[in-house]
Design a protein around this ligand. Structure first.
Ligand code: HEC
Ligand code: HEC
Ligand code: HEC
Length: 195
């Protein structure tokens, strides 16, 4: 007669030892359709939750300041309802200066690099074109990325901790956690696009 308690204890140990990678958990969540109806394509002038919380409403000059909701009215939105800055740039909604003097044009490089170390997720397509419309080569090379396909040991944990893509994404560029599909945009083999 097998020892039931021993079997249960062994099962518990095995369960705890399962290599659960927290990074994989959002995959399921990301596959869920949005809870509300279709989001508007552009931002309305209406104030968003907490959007203007950094202003001091008690300041006598409060009324003179342009509020964030006014500044962003009409800006194109992504699937999460956040401003899509690439669309804003491409559509001409914004025309940022290339440098202080706005003298030299940006050195745009039209080169996609496919990063394939993504396990069951679609591959990552890194678009140089999008990035070099805002950034110089020296913003990334060689300090953040060795300029050689596959030469950088990138993981999601490192990105979440602010390394590699995470130097900018989750900080000044779109939030990694909510937009897996914007980077993991190339389905392969068994992986399907859920977006
Ligand atoms: C800013 C771009 C970006 C976003 C957004 C992003 N990833 Fe990644 N992901 C990467 C890069 C780059 C790699 C490494 C690919 C390589 O080195 O070949 C990677 C690797 C992975 C890997 C394999 C390596 C590891 O860390 O386990 C998994 C799994 C993964 N991503 C899941 C996700 C999930 C889930 C999301 C959404 C919550 C997500 N990623 C969002 C860029 C991104
Ligand atoms: C936002 C960051 C970023 C900027 C800006 C950037 N790169 Fe890259 N570059 C990357 C990444 C990420 C890779 C892929 C590295 C990998 O696969 O591990 C890469 C790879 C490369 C490669 C290797 C391609 C290959 O097939 O081996 C070259 C060459 C390169 N970049 C040149 C440039 C030049 C020239 C510029 C400026 C016009 C530039 N990069 C701007 C991030 C950047
Ligand atoms: C030096 C800063 C920086 C780094 C590092 C960086 N990005 Fe970005 N990325 C940006 C900026 C700025 C934008 C445009 C603003 C936005 O979309 O939030 C952007 C936009 C993007 C877009 C949207 C492109 C489009 O045309 O819609 C993708 C995809 C992307 N990044 C992937 C990556 C991946 C993958 C990595 C790492 C391999 C990475 N980025 C590293 C700054 C960076």
């Amino acid at each position: 007669m097998p020892n039931l308690r021993l079997i249960l204890a062994l099962l518990a140990v095995l369960w705890l030892a399962l290599p659960v990678d927290p990074v994989l958990l959002p995959v399921a969540a990301a596959g869920q359709p949005p809870k509300t109806g279709p989001l508007p394509a552009t931002r309305s002038a209406e104030e968003q939750l907490d959007q203007n919380k950094f202003y001091d409403a008690a300041n006598p000059d409060y009324q003179k300041l342009q509020k964030a909701n006014q500044a962003l009215a009409g800006f194109p939105l992504d699937k999460q309802g956040n401003v899509d800055w690439m669309k804003a740039l491409r559509s001409g909604t914004i025309t940022p200066r290339t440098d202080l003097a706005n003298g030299k044009p940006m050195q745009v490089l039209d080169l996609d690099v496919i990063l394939k170390n993504t396990r069951d997720m679609p591959y990552v397509k890194f678009p140089h074109n999008s990035h070099t419309q805002w950034l110089a080569c020296s913003n990334c090379h060689d300090k953040i990325f060795v300029p050689k396909a596959g030469a950088n040991q990138i993981t999601m944990n490192k990105i979440f901790q602010g390394q590699f893509c995470g130097v900018c994404h989750d900080r000044v560029s779109f939030i990694t956690f909510f937009s897996c599909e914007r980077c993991h945009s190339v389905p392969h083999g068994e992986t399907k696009s859920w977006w």
